[in-house]
Design a protein around this ligand. Structure first.
Ligand code: URA
Length: 239
């Protein structure tokens, strides 16, 4: 949550009054003066003080889900079950949403949060947050595919992808790491080398790794350690 909003909600005064607190450098985050009110603070990561007084009560929801096949990555859908339908009422707020999109038939790691600033930072192209997938293909994979992915796949239609890391696991299975998020990217990358993806599962997003103990459709809050891994993405609005 923006630190200026936290201070306004905690009764420090109007936007104008709060702005003056930043100018006076009396607002500290983990001991350092913050001058930009758009700084995204999270109680589990940041100790916020105003003129020495500690401010509490500004935490968000962060859920790791193992998305199952057959569920759409959306907040609501007129006919189909969504990832939000899998989350119990008591575990979410109205603002919880999925960060990024997995196809209906894709499984695996999905982060759900009501911290929109964090979600934005994880998705903007500048941040180049990596995503790792386990892929099963209909056609056998070839060693040349590794080089083709490393050079940068060109979709049928001409669009170019950034270099990607492909590791062959067996004849039909590979682990792929990409640093962008084009629509149906993984499926289209494999199609460009003549292979149809028959199973797709995301296992990592940036520093977050899918908990192997989470069954399909299950979710749990991020641990403090996992949340700390996301700290570089708690930043200024434009940062
Ligand atoms: N790439 C795809 O093709 N599908 C997904 O769900 C995610 C990445």
């Amino acid at each position: 949550m923006r630190i200026d909003k936290v201070l306004e909600e905690k009764g420090f005064g109007s936007r104008k009054v709060v702005k003056r607190l930043f100018q006076r450098k009396v607002v500290l985050v983990n001991g350092e003066a913050v001058v930009d009110g758009s700084f995204n603070v999270e109680e589990r990561l940041h100790r916020v003080t105003v003129a020495g007084e500690e401010i509490r009560g500004f935490t968000h929801i962060y859920l790791m889900m193992n998305k199952p096949n057959g569920v759409v990555t959306a907040i609501t859908d007129a006919t189909r079950k969504t990832v939000l339908d899998l989350v119990k009422k008591e575990d979410k707020t109205v603002d919880v949403y999925p960060v990024g999109r997995l196809d209906r038939d894709t499984e695996g790691l999905l982060l759900l949060t009501d911290n929109g600033q964090l979600g934005y930072q994880l998705l903007i192209p500048d941040k180049k947050v990596s995503k790792t997938y386990e892929v099963t293909t209909k056609e056998p994979l070839e060693t040349e595919d590794v080089d083709k992915f490393a050079r940068g796949i060109i979709f049928i239609g001409g669009e170019t992808c950034k270099p990607a890391h492909l590791e062959l696991l067996d004849e039909h299975r590979a682990r792929l790491t990409i640093s962008e998020g084009k629509f149906h990217q993984v499926k289209k990358m494999f199609l460009a080398v003549g292979k149809k993806v028959v199973h797709l599962k995301r296992t990592a997003m940036g520093p977050l790794e899918l908990d192997p103990g989470l069954g399909l459709g299950d979710y749990r809050p991020l641990s403090d350690t996992e949340l700390a891994l996301l700290k570089p993405y708690f930043t200024y609005k434009g940062g």
